[in-house]
Ligand binder design. Structure first.
Ligand code: AP5
Length: 220
């Protein structure tokens, strides 16, 4: 917590499937912080039949990063809204050095700072296993896995009865490309934040609950 202005901004960093979204949902409930997931914003935009919707879809569906100028504009605009003024959990942003620098500049100008960057590490084979078996609820967003967390009734959400679907970018080929993109464009941010002395590294291989305990400990 930033003692000066009582704000708390945290970044969850990690490869696709590392568990950023899972941990962010749990943390945002515990800490009553806004969960700002860039992927969720892009999933909404890519449905729109607009120039920006088509542009986002063309990158998203291949597992490539949406260009920095579009991403930075969208996220900084979202961060400027009233519900983010006392802090938030950033899940999926920043993902390139240019995005990290833009966030630093914007926060510097506003007298804010990133308190902690939690990097969640998981081996590639496990990441592919998680992404390949992931199913999501159309209605409430609950997440399932065909092997480790199957729904009671196939194709139906246990919580709300909604229909389950697989993400367009969770196909094997696209998931592999997303992991390559992460290694090339996002992994260097681990060193970037380490040199700024805000990095905490967490092993993301265990059960959701034990990873959560490690994430919470990293924030203390
Ligand atoms: P985004 O939606 O951010 O996807 P991602 O980073 O690829 O992350 P995922 O949502 O796949 O994984 P996660 O780490 O959140 O894991 P989760 O908790 O869901 O981005 C999608 C696309 O949007 C990008 O490819 C790009 O095109 C665009 N985009 C987004 N941000 C961008 C940016 N900043 N710049 C440019 N473009 C951007 O868990 C995964 C699965 O594992 C689930 O089934 C879950 O139940 C399971 N699981 C979680 N934890 C555990 C555990 N401990 N043990 C076992 N299973 C677990």
């Amino acid at each position: 917590m930033n003692a000066r202005d009582n704000t708390l901004y945290v970044i969850l960093l990690g490869a696709p499937g590392a568990g950023k979204g899972t941990q962010a949902v749990l943390l945002s409930q515990q800490a009553r912080l806004v969960h700002l997931a860039s992927g969720d914003l892009f999933r909404e935009v890519r449905q729109q039949d607009t120039e920006i919707g088509r542009l986002v879809k063309s990158y998203y569906d291949k597992g490539e990063l949406v260009p920095d100028d579009v991403t930075i504009r969208m996220i900084l605009e979202r961060l400027s809204q009233p519900d983010c003024q006392s802090g938030c959990l950033l899940d999926g942003f920043p993902r390139t050095l240019q995005q990290a620098l833009a966030l630093d500049d914007a926060f510097h100008a506003q007298g804010k700072r990133i308190e902690r960057v939690v990097s969640i590490a998981v081996e590639r084979a496990e990441l592919l296993r998680r992404l390949g078996g992931r199913w999501l609820c159309q209605r409430c967003g609950a997440s399932y896995h065909t092997v480790s967390a199957p729904p009671k009734v196939g194709g139906t959400c246990d919580r709300c009865g909604g229909e389950l679907y697989q993400r367009a970018d969770d196909t094997e080929e696209t998931a592999k490309n997303r992991l390559d993109v992460y290694d090339r464009q996002t992994a260097p941010l681990v060193d970037y934040y380490r040199t700024r002395d805000v990095l905490a590294e967490v092993n993301g291989q265990g059960q959701v609950e034990s990873v959560q305990a490690a994430v919470v400990a990293a924030l203390r």
